[in-house]
Design a protein around this ligand. Structure first.
Ligand code: MLT
Length: 311
């Protein structure tokens, strides 16, 4: 009998093709939590993105589960400890969508420095507001990067080419890595927030990073600072952000990720200087193809008892 895999959030067709060669594949996008809990015992593998919680409750019912595939990078929706306790493999694809996440970050940074979404909306309404959308150059400005890992370092290299001064805070990496990416190391987060004109966060979501930017950090920022979050919702405290923007401390912000997702209604949406997108950092043809193929091969390797490399 073939092993069975359930897919709860869509992956690329190339990945599905690979899976179908050897496995029974059930695509159940949009399945309710209750239904998933009822049927998970039938499956040997599950593939999710960021919206399916794979936790202790699910593992308790998943008597035949051998591997969880996280089609993407962040594993904050997977209880890895609970999986490990039960001998269930957790595989993710940390390399596959980093460039896309980096490029969206830069898009969000430039979109707000030049008010591109606002100007687009206004022009299409039939207005010709040439003088209404004065922005700022990024050239010569300081970009503060919180987390100089895979995505943060790609952003650093590219924004250096725009003539930005790059500073970074990351207590987990070596001095050599700061040097490699020509980022000036900040020992303390406070120094980074005090000196930056633009700030972008690139950390996983952990106990330590939830609300890493909160009211105290915002208080220390330069007036007119601009923020980007294309990492995980909640790393920047949304209430503090809104307050900072309403008080004129923060000039603008761009958020691809939200504290609660899907996010279809938020008080942040009402502010003209906050740009929002629906968690599309990995939403490119290239990233989805990479992620889909990688996760499919990992699932097959895991079920065959072969080495699962988190590529
Ligand atoms: C990630 O962690 O890689 C992203 O959230 C990707 C995604 O699931 O869209």
């Amino acid at each position: 009998m073939k092993n069975k895999v359930i897919i709860t959030e869509m992956i690329d067709q190339e990945g599905i093709k690979i899976l179908k060669k050897t496995l029974d594949v059930d695509i159940k996008v949009g399945i309710s939590r209750e239904e998933l809990l009822n049927i998970i015992h039938d499956y040997n593998a599950i593939i999710v993105r960021s919206n399916t919680n794979v936790d202790e409750e699910l593992f308790d019912k998943a008597k035949n589960l051998k591997i969880v595939g996280r089609a993407g990078n962040g594993i904050d929706n997977i209880d890895v400890e609970a999986a490990t306790k039960r001998g269930i493999i957790v595989a993710n694809t940390p390399q596959s969508n980093t460039m896309s996440a980096c490029e969206l970050t830069i898009g969000l940074l430039l979109a707000q420095s030049r008010n591109i979404p606002q100007a687009n909306g206004d022009t299409k309404l039939g207005n010709w507001g040439r003088n209404s959308f004065k922005g700022v150059e990024v050239y010569g400005k300081t970009l503060g990067i919180i987390g100089l890992g895979k995505i943060g370092s790609l952003v650093a290299t590219r924004m250096k080419a725009f003539g930005m001064n790059i500073i970074a805070y990351d207590p987990y990496i070596t001095d050599e890595r700061f040097e490699k990416f020509k980022a000036t190391k900040k020992e303390r987060l406070k120094e980074l927030v005090e000196e930056s004109d633009f700030i972008t966060v690139h950390t996983p979501k952990t106990e330590e990073t939830i609300n890493i930017i909160d009211k105290n950090e915002i208080k220390c920022m330069k007036d007119g600072v601009r923020l980007v979050n294309a990492a995980r919702g909640g790393i920047i405290n949304e209430d503090a952000l809104l307050k900072g923007i309403n008080e004129g401390k923060i000039a603008s912000a761009a958020l691809d990720v939200h504290k609660v997702e899907p996010c279809i209604n938020s008080k942040l949406f009402d502010h003209p200087n906050i740009i929002v997108t629906p968690h599309i950092g990995a939403g490119t043809i290239e990233a989805q193809e990479n992620v889909g193929k990688t996760i499919a091969n990992q699932i097959i390797n895991g079920l065959n008892g072969d080495i699962v490399s988190n590529a």
